[in-house]
Design a protein around this ligand. Structure first.
Ligand SMILES: [Zn+2]
Length: 270
């Protein structure tokens, strides 16, 4: 016989409210009197033709609720972690226990507060997940990319604003312009089609990096013509650590960028 003590402070990974716990029968109830008044209640649960025995205890303190099932093989009936099974079981058992009219109000409150706290923990956990997703999207945060590159390659000396350009919702015929640098405005514009998930981050980074190089290695006039991608520029450009990978991707995939972003596809006249 195994005895499993499980603290409810264990984070609830997945609250599966539709988990079939089995058929519950409450057993005898023992009330503890005095300062830390609480209750201990035995129960049996019938699942898949088997009887499992356990007990739940409620008392002021941390944790307020302890539940255990004496037959360890109960957990083999589920494909969820033990903590999840126990949490669901506690809700079922205490839901029944709380219906008891004899139950002191203090204990009812304790049970209510316990689950309210758990629910808010769960909400926080879900919010945390949303933040994590937002983090990923922010991988395409231009200011962040600019700041990182500026620190890593330019000693923070590049001074420019950066923004996404406007997308033209039509098929480009002549070619694709990844970005641009306006020297007068000190403004870098990046083509919004580089936001798309299929574009590797290094391609977006190289675009930003390339435009930063324009400020670092300015254009000059030679033999009457302006040189912008001159040898000094190219030397600096190749310092970017993923230069080859990014260029290689561009070589094989540039045509995919000629089409408007798929999220705008419906705006394109056929
Ligand atoms: Zn350029």
């Amino acid at each position: 016989m195994a005895c499993l003590m499980n603290s409810f402070k264990v984070p609830v990974q997945t609250l599966v409210k539709i988990l079939n716990m089995g058929t519950l029968s409450l057993g005898k109830c023992r009330m503890d009197m005095g300062e830390s008044a609480g209750l201990t209640r035995m129960f049996t649960i019938k699942k898949n033709g088997m009887d499992f025995v356990g007990q739940v205890r409620v008392r002021p303190g941390d944790p307020a609720v302890r539940i255990e099932v004496f037959n360890e093989n109960y957990f083999e009936e589920f494909d969820k972690p033990e903590s999840v099974v126990l949490d669901n079981l506690a809700r079922k058992v205490l839901g029944q226990v709380a219906k008891d009219k004899e139950l002191p109000e203090t204990l009812k409150t304790l049970i209510r507060e316990h689950f309210a706290e758990q629910d808010s923990l769960e909400e926080e956990r879900e919010e945390g997940q949303e933040e994590a997703i937002a983090e990923t999207v922010n991988e395409r945060d231009l200011d962040k990319i600019f700041a990182c590159l500026n620190e890593e390659y330019f000693n923070n000396r590049v001074e420019a604003k950066i923004m996404w350009g406007r997308d033209v919702k039509s098929h480009n015929k002549s070619g694709f312009r990844y970005g641009s640098y306006d020297e007068g405005k000190k403004l870098i514009r990046v083509h919004p089609r580089l936001k798309q998930g299929f574009v590797p981050l290094c391609v977006l980074e190289l675009t930003v990096y390339h435009e930063m190089c324009h400020q670092f290695a300015p254009s000059y006039k030679r033999n009457g013509t302006w040189q912008s991608h001159h040898p000094e520029f190219k030397k600096k450009e190749r310092e970017y650590k993923n230069f080859k990978d990014a260029r290689n991707w561009e070589k094989h995939n540039w045509h995919r960028l000629l089409l408007p972003s798929t999220e705008n596809a419906e705006l394109v006249p056929a």
